[in-house]
Design a binder for this molecule. Structure first.
Ligand code: AGP
Length: 610
């Protein structure tokens, strides 16, 4: 989704804004722009395409002297990717510049109202009404913060805004509702951004403004006021990531770097949720065991890969806990009336902690009196703040749009949650068994990562395939869902995950000569069944690639080159390992097709709008 940056200090702002936008490029964008206080007014530069276009247009920012500005990467929602639709947008009199992340749902009404008052708009965006409204209220009140409050009170939807007023040089204002925003003041400058990677070169002390608070930044200070205009004090959060974590470090892509970081992400997550003996009794202080004991139902909520984490957890939890477990895509849950038990524990899984649908599902669950636990990677994010308790995954910053290490870290966290519930309910033996299996995951994942080149070479032989199918049963099916999503996201191939037993109920009609079918085979009790599904498609000409638990006996005529062996500490947790092989398969196809895995077309890292 769109990215916002802002800098006010004593150095030239433009190169810093461009640098900040680079750091947010992973969020996904199709145009970019900056606005600066310059020569007594506001200037803007906007360009379509990659940031290089904007950098070229502004000669790396060198044509500007201004020391205060805001910048934006736009992911088009209303209006095509075009310079006129790129942000920042100016008010008609040029006195107010705004960058916006989010969607203004009532913009048509506001636009009509402003047009009736003589406004002439120059874009098709929902965002352009914002500077017009702020300018209107500035005229009425003569006071920027009050103008912002009055304007935002008229907006329906989601927004994080960075605002400049030509009459107030050196100042940036910022405000948010439902969309993410971080702000910081450090030696000689103040900054805003949509996400912390843009700030890490400057500081690791940041604040997360609450909804409706107005932040005013100058080179010397940062002040925050609430909806009544009263000053609010925020204690800064310390970000644990350093700026090195957000660099490629010689790898061809962030995605490759992040797959190679899977074992470390798992290890750090497990360490933070367990004690010195590997026990996850209170999950590192994340949750009260008494709350876990009372749990009579589990409901996993998430979107995309985070939803797939829930599906994998569901197989494990329903088998070991013997209580009802469901997994719902958050985007569906929020508009349904899913009946949940009073002592249901809802688990909201989110890497970014800012996915709009997951946040809405959290709010809906809490409104219904359900206790919600967040499994979140970004400290201080909206979902982390709004859930009753949080288990942080320690995957570090994930820059590639397609999640890899965060997904694996989330699996470790949810398996440990299941172990903690087992212990709280008195099943120490099963809790220990599961904890030991989880403790072995980083080493198993490292073994798969160690075979990265072999897997990617195999993948390159699939690069011509237009379609692919992923089949498995039980937890293997959950892993297939994630494996097929990876292939879709970064290679643009049509890929489908199928519960192996469902194949012959329709999908098998799509199998033809040479179509790749990835069969995941790590569940001993249903192995023979999945294998017969694999045989059926092989008989119809499919090329079967087996991702098999070490020691699984495959039919002798399986081509060796098409078998990827993965060490599995326990079938209940196998998706955390088998998926790593599928991440590498997808990356291998992507590489063979010379596509960019980090920023796939049409995709955004954080989906902060519906
Ligand atoms: C995964 O590769 C995708 N980028 C996407 O499905 C993602 O998992 C989903 O949008 C949820 O994001 P979140 O974990 O930040 O909530």
């Amino acid at each position: 989704m769109c990215g916002i940056v802002g800098y006010t200090g004593f150095e030239a702002a433009a190169p810093r804004l461009l640098d900040g936008l680079e750091k947010l490029a992973y969020r996904g964008y199709d145009s970019a722009g900056i606005a600066l206080h310059e020569r007594g007014g506001l200037v803007t530069a906007r360009a379509v395409g990659k940031l290089g276009e904007l950098i070229g247009l502004t000669r790396g920012g060198s044509i500007y002297r201004g020391t205060c500005g805001i910048g934006h990467t736009r992911w088009a929602t209303h209006g095509a990717p075009a310079a006129r639709n790129a942000h920042p947008h100016l008010s008609q009199d040029g006195g107010v510049a705004v960058v916006h992340n989010g969607i203004i749902e009532n913009y048509r009404i506001l636009k009509a109202e402003l047009e009736a008052e003589g406004a002439v708009f120059s874009s098709e965006t929902d965002s352009e009404v914002i500077p017009f409204l702020i300018a209107k209220y500035l005229k009425q009140t003569g006071e920027p913060e009050e103008a912002i409050r009055r304007a935002t009170a008229r907006l329906v939807g989601a927004y994080a805004l960075g605002i400049l007023f030509s009459e107030y040089p050196g100042r940036i204002y910022a405000v948010r509702y439902q969309s993410p925003l971080v702000a910081a003041h450090c030696e000689g400058c103040s900054l805003i951004a949509s996400d912390v990677p843009a700030l890490l070169e400057y500081t690791r002390q940041v604040i997360y403004p609450a909804e409706g608070e107005v932040v005013c930044l100058t080179p010397d200070a940062m002040t925050v006021t609430n909806a009544d205009g009263k000053a609010v004090r925020h204690l800064p959060h310390t970000v644990e990531w350093d700026s090195a974590a957000a660099r490629k470090d010689g790898y061809s892509s962030f995605m490759e770097k992040e797959i190679r970081e899977v074992p470390r992400a798992m290890e750090q997550t497990i360490r933070s949720l367990t004690d010195g003996e590997g026990r996850c009794t209170d999950l590192g202080g994340g949750i009260d065991p008494a709350r876990l004991r009372e749990t009579e139902e589990l409901c996993f909520l998430g979107c995309g890969s985070a939803y797939h984490v829930g599906v994998a957890a569901q197989y494990c939890a329903e088998k070991l806990l013997g209580i009802p477990v469901r997994t719902e895509p958050a985007s569906e849950f929020r508009y349904r009336r899913v009946p949940l038990a009073k002592n249901c524990l809802a688990v909201a899984v989110s890497q970014s902690g800012e996915t709009a649908d997951t946040l809405a599902a959290v709010r809906e669950s809490r409104r219904r009196g359900i206790y919600v636990l967040g499994v979140v990677n970004v400290v201080g994010s909206a979902i982390a703040r709004e859930t009753d308790a949080v288990l942080y995954t320690r995957a570090g910053p994930e820059i590639a749009v397609a999640t890899t290490k965060a997904y694996c870290a989330q699996l470790c966290a949810v398996y440990l949650l299941i172990a903690a519930i087992l212990r709280a309910k008195g099943n120490e033996e099963e809790a220990r068994r599961l904890e030991r299996a989880v403790a072995a995951l980083p080493e198993c994942a490292a073994a798969v990562v160690g075979r990265a080149e072999k897997i990617m070479t195999l993948a390159s032989s699939l690069s011509g395939a237009r379609d692919a199918f992923f089949i498995g049963r039980g937890a293997d099916y959950a892993a297939c869902m994630e494996g097929s999503l990876k292939l879709k996201e970064i290679t643009y191939s049509h890929a489908e995950a199928y519960a192996a037993g469902e194949l012959k109920h329709g999908t098998i009609s799509l199998i033809e000569e040479g179509v790749p079918v990835v069969a995941v085979l790590t569940q001993p009790h249903i192995l023979a069944k999945t294998l017969s599904g694999a045989e059926e498609v092989r008989a119809r000409g499919a090329r079967v690639i087996a991702i098999a638990g070490e020691g699984v006996a495959l039919p002798e005529d399986f081509a060796d080159r098409d078998v990827i062996s993965v060490p599995v500490p326990d079938p209940d947790v196998s998706p955390a390992v088998s998926t790593v092989a599928m991440q590498l398969l997808a990356l291998g196809v992507c590489r063979a097709r010379a596509l960019d895995p980090d920023q796939p077309r049409n995709l955004a890292k954080s989906v902060t709008v519906e």
